[in-house]
Design a protein. Structure first.
Length: 455
């Protein structure tokens, strides 16, 4: 078992921090403290909880530059991306705060009395966050769970704990009760498992690989513990011949190169109707080559390094150096976990077309007609996201209805908005996060019947 986490800047390979790990015994004590804090938090009037969450949001807003710099340092994200991510935490907290006083039950007509439902908090919630978007995804679970009256124990990824630790400091500065929101850095196999298996944890929210999600689901099942999983993806970008081809080609690089492809929603399978395939590739090449990879601190940078040497080796295993590539961009040389933007032309059953690479690599596959496009889009174990490019509204609706994915965009690559639900089909996860029902996912529904019949 590790005693500490050594945090490495992916752009320079320099060690930037050392963070102690949380032992199973410390997890147990954190759960006990959180349970006590949760009782006091849930007893506060809803308006008071909402005000404290808004104050938390404003403290985060005041510190967006500092958080962005931390994200740049530990995750290698370009500064503009990191600033957006920090501001997204602000938005998530404000949106969740707005739901506190609207977390209402129902009155259900029944015979012989009055029937009402109330929404009660679960208790202590564990949020296990990934390294690819450390701040926003941590807040996806944390903000609504707190708003619904729960305590939160956040385990950040081993490589990116710094922003999470800073957010916990800001929560205390904003006046949230001590121990209500705790950050527990550590290894997934040790600290994460201790959280998942602890009987005092009522729900686990996990974002990460499908393999790890299955492991966590099995452990939660042993305790009939509630669970939300946001797992992998291999999302299609479907370009029909009647689309605005110039616009579709210009938008495509950002759909699989943003965050250096380390995005479950990355449109890494580009399906192009055969009649416009050659024209699309002509337009795609300059768009990919102009996507700027470089120093994350440079405002002009659009793509930073991969998170680690291990992740770079994983990406390389899919694209050997001598592999023929339709398009290959540029990446910095020397120190840093850099990998160039790469576009392959392949077949539907190629490994690169069915497995999640989690790097700046896309594969282009031609299709013949609408039915062929739908078949190819669904030829994967995943079903998280996808895009459909067409000028035909009827086709957009037909294809949207036929593609098995939780989040689809027409003539756009936008997948995530904090005010709309997010989650996947098939092996991409269980449950939904974000949107107007986010708080309800962290509550129990209690039904109460009051007899009005005379005795």
């Amino acid at each position: 078992m590790l005693q500490e986490l050594r945090i490495i800047n992916p752009a320079t390979e320099e060690q930037v921090a050392v963070v102690p790990v949380t032992t199973p015994a410390e997890v147990d004590e954190a759960v006990r403290r959180a349970a006590a804090a949760q009782q006091k938090w849930a007893a506060l009037p809803p308006g008071d909880r909402a005000r404290l969450l808004r104050r938390f949001a404003e403290v985060v807003r005041d510190n967006v530059p500092a958080l962005a710099r931390l994200e740049l340092t530990e995750a290698g994200h370009p500064l503009g991306n990191a600033e957006w991510e920090a501001n997204n935490v602000v938005d998530l907290l404000h949106y969740a705060a707005g739901g506190v006083e609207r977390l209402t039950g129902r009155q259900i007509p029944v015979a012989g009395g009055l029937d009402i439902t109330v929404q009660e908090p679960l208790g202590v919630v564990a949020v296990i966050a990934p390294w690819n978007f450390p701040m926003p995804i941590a807040a996806w679970g944390t903000a609504p769970a707190l708003a619904a009256g729960n305590a939160v124990l956040l385990k950040p990824a081993e490589t990116t704990p710094l922003t999470a630790l800073r957010l916990a400091e800001y929560a205390l500065e904003a006046g949230l009760p001590e121990n209500l929101f705790q950050v527990l850095p550590g290894e997934g196999a040790i600290t994460g498992n201790a959280l998942v298996e602890h009987p005092g944890v009522a729900k686990v929210v996990f974002t990460g690989s499908t393999a790890t999600g299955r492991h966590i689901a099995a452990r939660c099942a042993a305790q009939t513990k509630r669970l939300t999983l946001e797992l992998g993806g291999k999302s299609p970008n479907i370009v029909f011949a009647d689309a605005d081809i110039e616009r579709a080609a210009a938008a495509a690089p950002g759909s699989f190169l943003d965050n250096t492809g380390q995005d479950c929603c990355a449109r890494s399978r580009i399906l192009v109707q055969r009649s416009v395939h050659d024209r699309f590739m002509e337009l795609l090449e300059p768009a990919v080559r102009s996507f700027v990879a470089g120093d994350p601190a440079d405002p002009a940078t659009q793509m930073g390094p991969l998170i680690s040497a291990a992740q770079r080796e994983r990406v390389r295993s899919y694209v050997p150096e001598d592999a023929p590539a339709a398009i290959r961009g540029e990446a910095p040389k020397g120190k840093g976990f850099w990998y160039p933007a790469t576009v392959l032309e392949g077949r539907p059953d190629d490994r690169t077309a069915v497995e999640e690479i989690f790097g700046p690599v896309a594969v282009v596959i031609p299709f013949d007609d609408e039915a062929d496009a739908i078949r190819l889009a669904n030829a994967t174990d995943y079903g998280l996201s996808g895009s459909i490019w067409t000028r035909d509204v009827g086709r957009a609706l037909r294809v949207s209805g036929a593609v098995a994915a939780g989040n689809l965009s027409v003539n756009s690559h936008s997948s995530v908005r904090y005010w709309t639900p997010f989650g996947g089909y098939k092996q991409s996860g269980l449950g939904r996060e974000l949107g107007p029902d986010a708080l309800a996912a962290f509550t129990e529904t209690k039904n109460i019947f009051i007899s009005t019949e005379e005795s």
